[in-house]
Design a protein around this ligand. Structure first.
Ligand code: MG
Length: 175
């Protein structure tokens, strides 16, 4: 239980958005899952639009620098990087601030492939990466009706953090 003089907010919300363009001949990774498709999402890293949006939501909730600032596309270090690396760093920052993930909700907007058949696998993988149960990860998929965005994938994500005891607090004795 947080100490009574803990003035940090009990909850914090974060929001993230990302988009990537489809390119032929590369794997499609969404939420850490490789989906069967004839094209993937281009980008400096593995192009995982969903993990990028969730990462930015976590960073935003912690008022930390955004994903592009922490992992600049100009840095060759992140070429082809597994986006789970970015998510883990954001999660570490959240935990270092003394917060835990309560739940995350995301919307994917893309013309193809259909996400429905893969939604359970994606939710499960995202939950595993975040260290929360799968029923704490919401995922909706929509087609880009009227947006003329047939060759792009977009992701929006919100995350709710709840205050947790910092590792050092529990053993702290009163003088
Ligand atoms: Mg991105």
């Amino acid at each position: 239980m947080p100490t009574t003089n803990d003035r940090r907010p009990a909850t914090r919300v974060g929001y993230g958005f990302d988009s990537h363009e489809f390119q032929l001949g590369i794997p499609l990774k969404i939420g850490g899952v490789t989906l069967p498709h004839d094209r993937g999402l281009g980008g400096h890293s593995d192009g995982d639009v969903l993990l990028h949006a969730i990462t930015d939501a976590l960073l935003g909730a912690a008022a930390a620098p955004d994903i592009g600032t922490l992992f600049p596309p100009s840095d060759p270090k992140w070429k082809g990087a597994d986006s789970a690396v970015f998510l883990r760093e954001a999660l570490k920052r959240v935990r270092d601030e003394g917060y835990a993930v309560a739940n995350v909700d995301a919307s994917l907007i893309l013309a193809a492939p259909k996400i429905g058949p893969h939604a359970a696998a994606i939710r499960s993988e995202v939950a595993k990466l975040l260290g929360v149960p799968a029923d704490c990860v919401g995922l909706k998929a929509k087609t880009p009706e009227g947006l003329n965005l047939e060759n792009a994938a977009l992701a929006h994500a919100v995350v709710l953090l709840q205050r947790a005891r910092k590792p050092g607090q529990k053993k702290k004795s009163r003088r």
